[in-house]
Structure formats: C-alpha cells, structure tokens
Design a protein around this ligand. Structure first.
Ligand code: ADP
Ligand code: ZN
Length: 715
C-alpha cells in the first residue's frame, strides 16, 4: 500500500500545521486554500462555522514573508484569536479602539520593525491614513477579510466600513487577499465578489452543513422549562450551553429557575448593566460548563469552541436566525445538540408582532415569508437538515440520520375531519375568538362565557370531545402555521379564516399532519461524559481541572490551553512522555513546552488506572469504520486523529481477534516474512530497531499491527 508508506515530502504549510498548531492534517479544502494564497492568488472561502477558516489565512501568514493584515469586525473576536495565537507561540497583535494611544504606538513600532506575523485590525482603523501609510512601509504577506458578509448591505451584519475595503486592491495590487464567511448564499456571495473586487479570486465553497450538530424541535405542551432541565441534566450535565428566550423577563426567570435546580446558569440581556453583562460573558467564556440564558442580543462575536448545546425556549423568527443561533454550538467539531421547544403562543405572538409593526408592506411580506419558512421547518415530518440546507440553496442527498425526525420518525395522521371541525368552529363563532375559547366550544364546556354568547346552541358545540384540549391546541397551532387561519393583529389572538381554509372546509383538500409527540425528548440518550457510562470520569475531570487552573493563572479562557478534543485524546491515548504527548492533535511545540509537564503529572496520577472499556469505545469506532471498507489513513482523516492512534486501535483489535491483519494492511506474504523476521530479531520486540532495519519503509503503525498478529499466533 503505497499511500501508507510513501508519505510525500513535508511542505512548509504542513510543517507549520504540525509544529505550530499540533494538528496532523488539513481538513478538506483548507490545503487548497492555503496553496492558493501561498502561491499569491486571491480566494473567497465559504465554510460553515467551525469549519476551520482561521487556519486558511494563519498558515499562509506564517509561511509567506512579511506581515499578514487580518480585518475583523469585532473587537472580542480579535482579542480571542490573538490570545489563541500567542498560546501557540505566534507573534500576533491587534490594533483597535480598545488600546490606549501609547499601546497602539508600541504595536505600530513592532509592525515597522517587522516583528509580527499577523496584525488584526478593525476596518475603520485600517482605513485611517496613518494605518495605510504604515502598511506602505512594510512587507505584507496577505490581507484576510474575515466575516466578509459584513460587506453585504442586505445582510443583518452590515458594516459600512467594509465597503471601503475595495481600496486594498487598488493600493496593494500584488498582495493576495482572502475573504472568508460562513454566510454564503448566492446573493451574498455575488455582493462580496463585486464590492471587494474579488472577480479573479478562486471560490472555495464548503457548503453549509454542520454534521456534528443534532437538530431537535419539539412542541411545548406546557412544561417546556421542565423538559429543558431534563435535557440538560440527561445529556449535558456540567457542559457549556446557551439558552435563548424571547423576552428579558423570561431570561431572568429561566436563569433563576435553572440555578435553583442546581445548574450554573447566568442571565444575559440588554437590560443588565454593562458590568454584569461583561462579567457573565467572561465567566461563560473562561469557566467550564456555564449555561448562559440570553436574549438574541447574546452571541455575536462569541467564538467559544466547546458550546455543547444551544436551546431555544421560543421560536426564532426566521430560519436565518435559527441557523445562526444554533450554529454557535460545536465549533470544535465534537457532537453537539440543538434543542427547541415552541408552542401555539409563540406562533401567535410572532404573527401579531409582525403584522402589527409599522414597517412597509414590502418588508412585512418578506418577514412573513421568513416566519412561514421557520414554521414549516417546525411542522416538518422529514429530515430537518435536508430542509435547512435546501433553504440555503445547498443539497443533501440522503436524510441525515442526526435530527429528531430521522432518529424517531414522527407519526402523521389524517387531520382533515378535525381541521374541518376546528375551522368551522371559527366560522360559526364569528371569526373573533381565540384558541382557548374555541376549544371550550368544541369540547362542550359549560363555561358562563359560552352561554353569554349563546354558543352552546351552535352546531359545533361539543363536537370535539374525542380530542384533548392539548391536541386541539396542537391542531390550531398547525392550522395557523400552515396559514389556514390568521391571527388578529391588535386583538386578543382572535382567529379568522383565510382563502386557504375554504378548500379544507369544503372537503376538497386532505390534511396530513404531525401527531402530537408524547415523548418529547426525541434524541438519543447520550451519556454525560464523552466516553460513555463506563468512562474514567475522574481522569477527565482532573484534566479539565488542570486546564482551568492554568487558564486562571493567565486570565484566559480554558479552551485556549487545550480544546476538549485534545483532552479527550489524552484520555484515549494516555501519553507517558513529552514525545508521546506531542503526538496528540492540538499539542504544538509551544504548548508542549509550556504545559506538557503539568499534564503528564495529571496523567501519571489519574490516567494509569486503565479502564479497558474506555479504550474499547474508541477502538470500536475505528473497527466499525474499517469494516465499512475505510483504510487506516481515511479513518484518521475522518476522526481527526493521528494515523498512529488509528494503528494502535487496530493493533489492539488484532490482539483481541476482532479483525485480521489482512483487513488492516495489504502486504504480500514475502514482505510480511521479512518484517516478522526483523521483529523476532529485535531485542524485547522493540520496534525502533525494526523500523530502522527496514530502512523506514514501513510505518510504525504497520509494524505494531504485525507484531500484534504474531503475538496471537504464538499465544
Ligand atoms: P471557523 O472560523 O471556520 O468557525 P475555526 O477556524 O475557529 O473555525 O476552527 C474551528 C475549530 O477547528 C478550531 O477549534 C480549530 O482549532 C479546529 N481546527 C481547524 N483546522 C483543524 C485541523 N486541520 N485539524 C484539527 N482541528 C482543526
Ligand atoms: Zn435528518
């Protein structure tokens, strides 16, 4: 197998990836983008959140001569990236309004002296004559324009200063430019190209999908908060998450309630003082496992990679908003959940807010359309991800298998007759009553109000006893969602018929609707830690505590020391030496030097009560992928683990007779004989002499597997 043994010569880009960032390989598309920029070309990069956009310019910045200028719209994001780069030993700084003029002057001097590899600047700062003149005096490696969709006048993040960025091309025509965004619909893409003069740029489009995020939407039948609590406790205990609510009051109430139940929840909304907001945001970023309960004001510029869940206690008003908010989960690529509960009141409130606003008719029409699309997503009975991606002009050929509808397909029922009753009750009562009243009539309640209006004499009085009040509420919500009923604007939620309701009333259209789900948490029960029930949680917690302590000493966020994925690989591999630790994904040279000993100590203390089951969990995944026909290298790519890790899984699997040597490596018998001979010769079965004796022709992983195989043969 040539692909395994002849590794291509390491390029400067790959070397930077390995030594500075500690990652084994590029993700799909990253390498192509990096090549394009290193080669001096322009690029427009469309990658979903968490896709790994930063490396696309950070690596060329380190490989090319000179300083890279990164334009970023948010001060918080700049500070974050610069702090993370410092952790990796990269010389980076930022220039923005948070600096005193003295501090700024010092940075400018560093720029002039050629001491920096990356400089982050706010767009308005960049456009100042002083800054542009400064850049004229330097060797520039590239311009990176982050969050490039801010140039779009129609988007929600429009920043007028971004429009002026086209002058970069005029003033510095030979410096490569890379524009990056996660908002990549056709219209925005065109606008970016035009406004930034990127007509010659190569476009790299990685789609929108966030495969590690699970989507779940359930209906609120009155106990949403309790459901939320159970969701967090069962699936995300001790993990960081965001809970979105529509109103400030609901934010405060929910945060207080969750805290009373023993969770670490903090409120965040525009009604709090700056201090409080700052403090809560800081704790969310720096500590492990804080839950922020917030209005949609929270989230812009939050780059926290390990947000494990995003929950909505209210309906967002568009799919764009929903996707942006849920997109804050799982930036680090680890499995994450989104959870939403919505109900009839949400639908009514949003419809009323919209119709009652002072906006012009054209604007309202667009908003109406957006809310309809959102409601369509909620009432959907097929794959949510397919529908979401379709909305953004992306396609997914197969249902995703990682949304509630895929995992527990909802039941549907023929709701035609019930809908006729519900609609006709609206009609008979004069198209001015709200849902609760209509349900009372349908179910034949003897409330005084009904008698006052004489509605107990109506033909629809008491014709709906076969369904519970909750079922009727669900049906009314669906009728409103599907625009078979409209809500009065100013009134008290009075409903009236629409053009679409007539065919249903006349029996010309059939209605198949989603059945009310009895069991509301549709997701797979996931364990509290990433390792399954049998995991060595103590070890994991000890690693996290160490990380927290190191972060606190420097006043930085815990994830800046190491990401969860890196700690998880430590649990998985239990490295015993600095060299072994350095092989873990996310451990670059600088971090190894700074934190290596600290973590080895923890591993020595907690990591040696080896639990076979932990190893089995991850080994089993590798075995499954192998059985699907994937090669070790492909498995390493897919799992973002080192190739050596995969080989040691496979060596274990061979030793346990779970797979055969020939499943793993495709070497002929003659070659195998030679390897076996060398292993037999080697003192104590050490592999280094074998590797050397064979002239480095076979990967250590391959040798380990052969050795495992020999052990069962002889044992
Ligand atoms: P984006 O800016 O696209 O949202 P980031 O650049 O923040 O994404 O990257 C998301 C996460 O993925 C970060 O934690 C980053 O360290 C990690 N990452 C990026 N590229 C790689 C890679 N090649 N191998 C492993 N992890 C990577
Ligand atoms: Zn799906």
């Amino acid at each position: 197998m040539a692909c395994m043994n002849n590794t291509p010569p390491e390029t400067a880009a790959l070397q930077t990836l390995h030594t500075i960032f500690g990652y084994e390989q590029f993700r799909p598309m990253q390498d192509e983008v990096v090549d394009q920029i290193i080669g001096g070309g322009d690029a427009l990069v469309l990658m979903p959140t968490g896709g790994g956009k930063s490396l696309c310019f950070q690596i060329p910045a380190l490989v090319r001569d000179g300083i890279a200028i990164v334009i970023s719209p948010l001060i918080a994001l700049m500070q974050d990236q610069v702090a993370a780069l410092h952790q990796n030993g990269v010389k980076a700084a930022y220039l923005n309004s948070s600096l005193t003029s003295q501090q700024a002057a010092a940075i400018e001097q560093q720029v002039r002296n050629g001491e920096l590899d990356l400089l982050y600047v706010a767009p308005e700062r960049l456009m100042m004559v002083r800054t542009l003149d400064l850049l004229e005096q330097c060797t520039l490696s590239l311009f990176a324009i982050d969050e490039a969709h801010c140039v779009s006048q129609w988007g929600h993040d429009f920043r007028p200063e971004y429009i002026q960025l086209s002058i970069l091309h005029e003033r510095f025509p030979n410096i490569p430019r890379i524009a990056l965004t996660a908002t990549a619909d056709e219209a925005t893409r065109k606008e970016i190209i035009e406004r930034l003069a990127l007509q010659d740029a190569k476009v790299f489009n990685n789609g929108f999908d966030r495969p590690n995020i699970q989507y779940r939407i359930s209906e609120n039948s009155g106990n949403a908060r309790e459901q939320l609590y159970r969701f967090i406790r069962n699936e995300h205990d001790g993990e960081a998450g965001i809970v979105y609510c529509l109103s400030r009051k609901r934010v405060d109430d929910t945060a207080a309630w969750l805290s009373r139940k023993g969770l670490r929840a903090l409120p965040y909304h525009a009604g709090h003082s700056n201090d409080v907001r700052q403090q809560h945001q800081e704790r969310f970023l720096r500590e492990d496992g804080i839950i922020i309960v917030a209005t949609i004001a929270f989230g812009m510029g939050i780059d926290k990679p390990d947000v494990r869940f995003v929950a909505h206690l209210n309906l967002p008003k568009s799919i764009e908003a929903y996707y942006q908010e849920t997109g804050r989960a799982g930036r680090d690529g680890l499995p994450s959940d989104t959870w939403m509960s919505y109900g009839l009141n949400d639908v009514i409130t949003l419809r009323q807010m919209q119709e009652g606003s002072d906006a012009n008719e054209a604007y309202k029409r667009i908003e109406r359309h957006k809310l309809d699309a959102m409601l369509g997503l909620c009432e959907l009975t097929t794959c949510r991800r397919q529908s979401l991606l379709r909305y953004f002009g992306d396609t997914l050929d197969e249902p995703c298998g990682n949304c509630d509808n895929c995992l527990t397909p909802p039941e549907t029922w023929d709701a035609t007759v019930a809908a006729q009753k519900a609609l006709s009750c609206v009609h008979r009562t004069g198209q001015r009553f709200g849902v609760n009243y209509l349900i009372d009539v349908l179910r034949g309640s003897d409330a005084d109000r009904i008698k006052q209006f004489g509605h107990e004499k109506l033909s629809t009085y008491g014709i709906g006893k076969e369904h519970s009040a909750i079922e009727w509420r669900t049906l009314y919500r669906q009728l409103i969602s599907h625009r078979l009923l409209n809500v009065d604007i100013g009134g008290h939620g009075g409903l009236h018929l629409t053009n679409e309701s007539r065919p249903v009333l006349r029996g010309e259209t059939q209605l198949h609707l989603r059945k009310l789900t009895k069991k509301l948490s549709a997701g797979k029960q996931r364990s509290k830690t990433p390792f399954g029930k049998t995991a060595d949680t103590k070890f994991w917690d000890a690693l996290r505590d160490k990380r927290k302590q190191l972060a606190a000493e420097q006043g930085i966020a815990a994830y800046m020391i190491f990401h969860d994925a890196t700690l998880m690989e430590m649990v998985d591999r239990r490295p015993q030496t600095l060299d072994q630790l350095g092989l873990i994904s996310g451990v670059g040279a600088k971090k190894l030097e700074a934190y290596g000993d600290d973590f080895l100590e923890v591993i020595a203390e907690y990591g040696n009560e080896v639990s076979d089951e932990i190893i089995n969990d991850t080994t089993d995944i590798t075995i499954q992928l192998l059985c699907k026909g994937m090669k070790p290298l492909e498995i390493a790519h897919k799992r973002e683990l080192k190739l050596s890790t995969i080989y040691s899984h496979l060596a274990d699997a061979i030793a346990q007779n779970k797979v055969e040597l020939s499943d793993v490596i495709g070497l002929d018998e003659k070659t195998l004989k030679v390897i076996r001979f060398e292993i037999e010769q080697s003192d104590g079965g050490k592999l280094k002499p074998v590797f050397e004796a064979l002239g480095g022709e076979h990967d250590y992983g391959v040798l380990r597997c052969v050795k495992s195989d020999m052990a069962i043969g002889s044992g």
